[in-house]
Unconditional design. Sequence first.
Length: 355
Amino acid sequence: MIVLGSTGSIGVNTLIIAKRFNLNIEILVAGSNITLLNEQLKEFDVKQVIIASKDDIHKVNHSNVTYGQEAILEAIRNSNSNLVVNALVGYFGLLPTIEAIKCKKKVALANKESLVVAGAFIDTSYITPIDSEHFGLWYLMDNTKKIDSLTVTASGGSFRDTPLNELQNVTIKQALNHPNWSMGNKITIDSATMTNKLFELVEARWLFNTTKCDAIIESKSIIHAMVNFTDGSTTAHLANASMQLPISYAIMPTVEEQILKPVNLLELQNLEFKEICKERYPIWQIKDELLNNDNLGVVLNAVNEVAVKKFLDGDIGFLDISKMSLDAINKYHNTKINTLDDIYAINDEVTKFYL
C-alpha cells in the first residue's frame, strides 16, 4: 500500500495496523517530520519515500527519496499497490485522490477536503472513509430498512464550554488544546470553529447520496454516528476513541479480531447531547446552503485554509476565521462549477483574494 501522510496521526495509526497484521508498505509520503519518518523506515522496507522539501532529502535514511506533489502523483501512477491511504492535509490532498481513482486504485480516505471540494467529480465507489463518523455510518447501514437521515457527532472542540464573551480573545495555545483528541494544528482549529464538522457533512452527502445529514455535540466522543430510519427508530455506533478501527476496515480485506477495547457502558458517566448553536459556532448557519449547493465546497475550503493560517500566524483573532468564511460564501454565492478545471481556478481565485 501507499501511505500519504505517514507521520501524521492517521498515518502513524495506519502503520501500527500494518505492522500488527504484516501488511506490505510500498511507498511512504511525509512532510517535514524527518525524525519520525526515519523511525518508520526502520520498521518498513519501502521502495520509495517522498517528502515535502528538496532541502530535507539528505536527512532521510533511504536510497530513493523524491519530493513534491508531482512526485506523489507519479508514484501513484507507477506503483504496484492497489490501495492508497490518503491522510494528507487540506486541498493538497485532492490531486492524489483523483490520480489514484484514475489508476483504479482503492482510496482509504482521511483527506476530507477531496470530497468537500470536488465530490461531484469523484467516483466514491473507489473510496473507503477513514473518518470515524463516516465509518460509523457505513457500519450501521441496513439496506433492508428505509433510511430517513444521517447524524454524526462532534466533540464541540476546544471552546465548547468557553463563555461566549471570551471567544474574541482566546489564544492560539488555547485553540490547539483539544479536549478529546491529539491531532494536527489545522484540524484542531477546524474542530474548534466547527468547520471540520461541516466538511464531514459534505463528505457524508457524497458518500451516502443524501443531503439529509446533520450533527450534534456528544462531548465524550463515544457515539460517532447515528442512522435514523423512516420507521422512527435510530441505530448508533459506539466505540472507544481510536482511529485504528476505521483504518483496519479500510486497509484490510477482513477484520476478524478485536481491534479496540470494547466500550463498557457501566464505566461511562452520563452521555450528554447538545445542539450546535450558531452563537458559538457562526459557521453553522451555512450548513444547509453548503449541503445543497455543490459549488460552495471549494470556496469554503479555500478561504478556511487561508483564515486558519492567518490565525495560527497571529494575524487575526479566532472569531475572524468564521467571519472570513461567511464573507467568502456570500461573495462567491453564485459560483458555477462544471469541470475540475473550474475547481482549480476558483480555489486559486478565492485563496489569492483572502491572502
